[in-house]
Design a binder for this molecule. Sequence first.
Ligand code: C2E
Ligand code: CA
Ligand code: CA
Length: 537
Amino acid sequence: MNKIMTEQELLECFDDAVRFGHIFVNYQPKINHSTGRMVGAEALMRWTNPEYGMQYPSNFIPVLEKHDLIYRADLAVFERVCRFLRSCLDTGITPVPVSVNMSRYDIYRKNYVEEIEKLRKQYDIPVNYLHVEVTETSAIGGMELVSSVLKQLHDYGYIVEMDDFGSGYSSLNVLKDLAVDVIKLDMRFLSGSIGGRGGTIISAIVQMAKWLGTPVIAEGVETLEQADYMKSIGCKYVQGYLYSKPVAEEDFLQKLQKIDQEPMTPALDLIKTMDAGRFWDPDSMETLIFNNFVGGAVIFTYQKQKEKAEILRVNKKYVREIGMNMIEQEILDSDPLQGMDEQNRKIYFDTLDRAIASNDEETCETWRTVCSKTCGEDRICVRSFIRLIGKTETQYLFYAMVQNVTAEKARYHELYESERRFRFASEQANVYAWEVDLATRKMRPCFRCMRDLNIPPVVYNYPEPVIESGIFPPDYADMYRHWMAQLEAGEVDHLEAVMPLTVGRIPFHVRFSLERDENGKPLKAYGSATLVVDEKE
Ligand code: C2E
Ligand code: CA
Ligand code: CA
């Protein structure tokens, strides 16, 4: 029979529960959702009373905390875990690191860390098999105290996981000030749809953790959709009913033998001296500047060996400048170098190298193809001001301010090619156009001339072939030859007349304008012919 015990009953049974092993442990695997391998497990306290049956942590843990008994239960759990790990190691089964919960009340006990360390030594468990989970709310008792306990744990070599991250207590500040090695993000705290506000917060936290080089485990993951979503935003480690409920020791032993294992690794290993945390402190000057006082800005990592870059953070203006309708998440997921061709890539890498060497701001302009779900592909030119802000053994960290200079470039290009563009434009408007190189008498027609009048792409010895073909009728041939001579001699700058063209003698307004070099010598003649429509009326 199952009955929830009262506070009084719990207290009366507690000594026996510890002594006779009514308090024991279930294990819940932590899985890499990308590979399906196990990266660790969490030890969860269970209490079965011989008379009342199974008791729930949510019921008995607050009672034990209230009466200052939780440390005894926690130590019992820790010892059980040590014993389990010992038996694994003794029987040749490779265990995974098991994390043990530490109540915030344990933190107040002076010798708690020493006591778990004593147990670990007693069972001779390598410290990498034991992690400690502390909750964010531990910080309520004072930052200094928690910090010193974390330091103690770290000095002994324990990995510390921050449990229930996002549950409320000023999470960002806690993270900034506490040296935790792993963040556990509980999906249940970020209730509601992952597409909404909850999703935005989760993805911001994951990005932030990435920046700090801290792996994130998503807890309470019940559906494939949740796990896939977490993976898509860069959090591949999950713990929850999707993979497994907490299971009894024997069942967990089976899982250890059935499921492949792998170690948990951080997404990014930053040098410890870099105060990356400041960027995530909402009140810091860095954040203020990043969000408000600069243009488009991006923080990205660069692995030189692999020529690989990864965007960690962009501000709103970056999304506006470069995003081409992409949302921030799409930008973060995209490979920033993907859109560059080899030549532009080289320019960009050279600039990064210069920035590494000079430790100063370096500038470049590169073209890239950006792709967005809504707009498709587009080519943009980006001017970047790049500065190195950190480095690790394997990668560099850069801060870049960007400007989208595509329009500026296009205007320049436009001027540069205005003549050509004019001629292309004319194709749209019932205009036949061509240019004649006066020195060589080579003529190049527009596409329309080629299509409608069957003129080849290059006409030599202009205008004779077009006179011969009848485009310029014989009675106008001499007049037309005279025009060419006048243009060639530079005697006129403009010529125009209505001429009946082709064998059909269709009236066209034919015009020429002359282009000269800086010394006034004739270079090219630009000809056009437009249909005369109802000119008499
Ligand atoms: P916690 O440390 O956040 O542990 C995770 C809780 O979520 C566990 O509840 C686990 O069974 C549950 N859980 C795991 N996956 C899912 C899921 O997909 N969906 C849902 N709905 N729940 C999931 P549990 O075992 O009842 O423990 C509750 C809390 O009690 C723990 O939360 C922890 O704060 C505390 N606790 C458990 N074991 C210990 C312990 O050994 N020492 C101390 N001090 N506290 C413990
Ligand atoms: Ca926990
Ligand atoms: Ca938790």
